[in-house]
Unconditional design. Structure first.
Length: 314
């Protein structure tokens, strides 16, 4: 049976910028990262590029932000593998070491003239608008806009990866979690009075960038729907072919003359696809029919997700 797997992120928009010529050197840095971190960096860059489009950013800024996003985790090159790839929860000491990837990445970029323009992505992508982030606990006015966008994309991909999404069904649950990060928290009640006025209206992440991410996710969900519908069309074609085989089989069983039976069996042979036989075609037909029912259900659930996302409030 033909595979119906999709790329979770639709990178059409990213490719349209033809960024390779601009950042061939910058991207070569990613080859030194582990596979997991490299893939994450590519996903975040994809998202950042498309978020910038929905924010109506200028092309030069979009390209800059995309490259910053590709390099945002470059500091993980210097994190011990046993910490970086630890399957369980990090200890507090390990977490403090992990957090240094921001300053280590920044220092690496600053030392390289070709990477220096993109150092802000590495340093600031874990800062929070309300001052609860790291490494410097900066607030909104001091966090570069590019880093605010990267943080939204970074958190989204981290959750998607952790939950091992292969479809956008229930993706609204992830967006709801991000909404909580975009809203003020109880932390604001505990800050000093001189800081309260400045911070109480913001959460950790940029709400406008998050709204733009919603549109990106809807685009990706529509892309998945189109892939599902294309696969349903393929399944329909196979069912039509196998139902014709079934008709020939029924006629063969009813035929009285051996020559007539062989005529219909030859027709069946001509319609068989690879791996199909007289003995198994009925089972395959049943599987195709069930697959259509399942994909129709997936399509309906994806449309429902879009409806839910459109109603989400930040």
């Amino acid at each position: 049976m033909k595979s119906d797997k999709i790329d979770f992120y639709n990178s059409t928009n990213l490719k349209s910028y033809n960024l390779d010529s601009v950042m061939r050197y910058q991207l070569s840095m990613l080859d030194r990262l582990d596979v997991f971190t490299r893939r994450h960096s590519e996903n975040v860059a994809n998202l950042v590029c498309r978020i910038c489009e929905y924010l109506h950013c200028k092309k030069v800024f979009t390209i800059h932000a995309t490259i910053c996003a590709y390099l945002h985790d470059i500091g993980k090159l210097f994190i011990p593998k046993e910490i970086l790839n630890k399957p369980g929860k990090l200890t507090q000491e390990e977490y403090e070491i992990m957090k240094t990837h921001t300053t280590l990445g920044y220092e690496m970029c600053r030392k390289d003239l070709k990477l220096r323009p993109y150092a802000e992505g590495a340093l600031y992508h874990h800062e929070a608008l309300n001052g609860t982030g790291y490494p410097n606990g900066l607030t909104k006015k001091d966090i570069p806009y590019v880093a605010q966008i990267i943080r939204v994309a970074d958190e989204y991909d981290a959750i998607v990866t952790k939950r091992q999404y292969t479809t956008h069904i229930n993706i609204s649950e992830t967006l709801r979690q991000l909404i909580q990060d975009a809203r003020p928290t109880d932390y604001m009640k505990t800050v000093a009075l001189d800081s309260l006025k400045e911070k109480y209206k913001v959460g950790k992440i940029n709400a406008k960038a998050l709204k733009a991410l919603f549109k990106v996710v809807i685009d990706d969900t529509l892309y998945e729907i189109s892939c599902v519908m294309e696969y349903i069309d393929y399944l329909d074609e196979q069912v039509t072919r196998l139902e014709k085989i079934e008709k020939y089989d029924n006629k063969s069983k009813k035929a009285k003359k051996e020559k007539e039976k062989e005529y219909y069996r030859e027709g069946m042979r001509m319609l068989f696809s690879q791996g199909e036989t007289f003995e198994n075609y009925e089972q395959i037909l049943s599987e195709y029919r069930q697959a259509i029912i399942h994909r129709q259900d997936v399509k309906d659930k994806l449309y429902k997700e879009i409806s839910i996302i459109k109603k989400l409030k930040i």
